[in-house]
Design a binder for this molecule. Sequence first.
Ligand code: HEM
Length: 442
Amino acid sequence: MKDPRLFYKSYLMFANFQKFLQLNQQEFGDFYQYKGLVNFFFVHDLKQVKRVLLGTNKSFSKKTNLVRNLHNALGESIIISEYEKWKPRRKLLNPSFTKKNSLSLFSLMKIKISETIDEINQQIQDKEYFITNVSPIFNRLIINIIGMAFFNKDFDKHTGNIEHWLNNMRSYVENPPIPFLSNPNTPTLANLKMKRNKKRLLSFVKDIIEERKSSGVEYNDLLGRILKETSEDTETDLKGDELVMEVLNLIVAGHETTANTISWTLYYLTKNPDVYKKLQKEIDTSFGQNDPSSKKVMELQYLDCVLKETMRLVPAAWIFTRKSKEDMVFNEKNLKKDSTIIFCPILIHKDKRLWKNPEAYAPERFLPENKDKIQPDSYIPFGGGQRTCIGLHLAMIEMKITLVMILQKFEFLKNTAFKPKIKYSITTYSENGIELGIKRRS
Ligand code: HEM
């Protein structure tokens, strides 16, 4: 490890954090200590990354200074909570997110996707095609799917508000985590706005939960299962406002991540006609224009590879931060308790030493016959260890059925004039959306 440097390329830190990390990695290698506007250890070595992922809870915590704003906005939830708080919650929520239970939401998802197809058809009218930003279409769709899958509720009327509140929250989290200003009790404009916004979101979720409880009806949706588990479980404190906050966290974690991955996939398909053709063929051969069954959708091999490849190039969770819970020797260096550690899927997934032709969009690399060529732990879109994404089955199902149904009906066209402006925020998204042409398939 080279000597730690002060403020190397700090000017880039807030403007382009990914570039900043990339340049520092080029300069200082796969493990370095950064002392600057914030102090952290950067880790890129897969063995160490694995150690941190597997050691999260016991030796590492997710509650770092860098996610202070996220913590302010989302509270002490399953996403960032410490082990003692996290364990009973994860245990309680796990059964609702098994593959089987996630698949049981398939029909509800299809209802909302069909409505999105109707909306797109209305926009096309009798035109040959139209050019549009597809991101809001899939953001709305995923909010609507969440409404159905989580609450058996039509969010249609509320989609605009929810999107607005979630966007406000994202803007707040994008603020740099400057110690005094990020204290939620400091009356800055940003903090006051965040609190107002959080109150609105919480009251929206609270009303739904109250309405459900007072109806006395048992639904087999996500909320129904969570309420059933909480009423039977005595180990957890997941009641009242804590329950509301937890449900809100699930909405946040499951929304942008999934919606953005769908939009990015369509973007890459239009940029890679051979991949697009191959996927379209797989879908057409399996279903034609027939209603797709969950079993068959989940068996589509190339679709699986396509989604994996999108998440390699644009992993929704592009950065992981952890804090050491004790003094330790880490990569032959003494690491003090409370040191911040950073590693980045966005850099690991594009490392020339780990991936052949890493900038190319090549889903074939995930085919079973090529699996041996992928180095263990070099692909971490859903994280790893005990804190692996709880919604990974749900997300994969949502993304697969959406792509199948949408690609059965429409052809997406590259808009040569468009270039996405990639932004690394809570998730990886395009600031100027994803502009594509959409044409009805004949
Ligand atoms: C493409 C979609 C998604 C991606 C790429 C993704 C990615 C991730 C990653 C990387 C983590 C671990 C972060 C870390 O260790 O620091 C995570 C955690 C989490 N995700 Fe997802 N996620 C997606 C969809 C979802 C969905 C649909 C839900 C639920 C509705 C969800 C709920 C969560 C929760 C609750 C955690 C925290 C788990 C814990 O700490 O125990 N995610 N996600």
